[in-house]
Design a binder for this molecule. Structure first.
Ligand code: ADP
Ligand code: MG
Length: 352
């Protein structure tokens, strides 16, 4: 069967929506490129759809719709469940795109990391019950390991599809209550390198707190904005040359770091950490040497956690946060890292 026919038929049978179908609820977020609301359907008979999320986006909404359509077909479990996207012409002169997802849950990873209970609050969410085990480093390590594994799994899906997210951060990771896993949201800054969508890097979209040091994820020598057929043929080669996916791996490494070190969870301390790391030429081992001798109990505990099982967590972290993209692990390679050999939370729940 032809792929295009399948995609077309799939679209035909999916519900379509118009502006008037939605009743706006609570505002969930507001960025420079759009506003996000929780919404319900006006027509009660179709409200078995459950709660939905609406993003009213500016011109970048077109790219975000394209990305979400692609993700639904290629790696649906990686991201929040996309329902529908359309151009809402009638209101303003500037185009406004409306994007609809299923409401996955109340908490992003950022929300969960703000709690003093972290990471135990995540353990409860994933396992659906309170664990009666002693709290301690081993247990925290298992929970963090499970979160990182779910994140890498979602990223591997995106990267295998040819999509680089470019804005991986705790605020863009949602806990899906339905599947009890973390999923990626906010594909507004994403690039589909196989088809050349959003190819010209909009670097101003990047969040400096989680951005890798490379300014451009594709080398500036590569041709800019290739026409679509050329891009399709060239991109796998360009991908191998530039390894643009490693940009997301760097960001994921920073999230790993923040989970391990509570002191690095707020914005200011993360910015300060980034400055320190830059001063160490992005060498985490050098950074550790400068901070460890005079560090407080908080940092020391983090290093202890990373040093468990012969320092396998530290080994993984330092394979993700590296200056050169080429030296960072891919999402797939990271998933095969011995840090994940133990079964994480699953093992924890069977231990009793
Ligand atoms: P932006 O960062 O451009 O404002 P996001 O797509 O990141 O837009 O969404 C903003 C916020 O809305 C998220 O941080 C999250 O709290 C919430 N949100 C987005 N999508 C969903 C979803 N599918 N389910 C539940 N909450 C969501
Ligand atoms: Mg966001």
């Amino acid at each position: 069967f032809d792929m295009f026919v399948l995609a077309f038929v799939e679209r035909l049978f999916r519900p379509t929506f118009r502006k008037d179908d939605f009743v706006l609820g609570k505002k969930l977020g507001e960025g420079s490129f759009g506003v996000v609301y929780k919404v319900t359907l006006a027509n009660k008979s179709s409200s078995k759809q459950g709660d939905l999320v609406l993003k009213k986006a500016t011109e970048y909404g077109a790219v975000e719709i394209w990305m979400n359509e692609r993700v639904r077909r290629a790696c649906a479990n990686s991201c929040a469940d996309f329902v529908y996207g359309f151009l809402e012409r009638s209101t303003a002169k500037a185009p406004e795109y409306w994007l609809i997802w299923r409401f996955e849950g109340d908490a992003t990873l950022a929300d969960l990391m703000k709690s003093r209970e972290f990471p135990y609050n995540v353990e409860t969410l994933i396992l659906g019950e309170v664990q009666d085990l002693p709290k301690g480093l081993e247990r925290e390590n298992r929970i963090i390991q499970t979160i990182i594994r779910q994140l890498l799994f979602a990223l591997d899906g995106l990267h295998s599809t040819g999509i680089v997210h470019r804005d991986i951060k705790p605020q863009n990771i949602i806990f899906s209550e339905g599947s009890r896993t973390f999923k990626i949201i906010d594909l507004g800054a994403a690039t589909d390198l196989r088809v050349g969508i959003n190819y010209i890097p909009k670097e101003f979209l990047l969040d400096p707190r989680y951005a890798a040091p490379e300014q451009y994820i594709m080398s500036t020598q590569t041709p800019s904005a290739p026409s679509a057929p050329v891009a399709t043929a060239l991109s796998p080669v360009l991908w191998q040359l530039n390894l643009p996916d490693r940009f997301d791996i760097y960001s994921t490494g920073l999230i790993f770091l923040q989970m391990v070190f509570p002191g690095l969870r707020n914005d200011n301390s993360l910015i300060q950490f980034n400055r320190q790391l830059k001063r160490c030429d992005y060498d985490l081992v050098a950074w550790r040497k400068t901070v460890e001798p005079r560090c407080g109990a908080d940092l020391r505990r983090g290093f202890e956690l990373l040093d468990l099982d012969g320092g396998i967590g530290w080994e993984l972290l330092t394979s993700m946060v590296r200056y050169k993209a080429r030296q960072r692990l891919s999402a797939k390679a990271a998933l095969a890292h011995p840090y994940f050999d133990k079964e994480g939370l699953l093992a924890l729940s069977f231990m009793q």
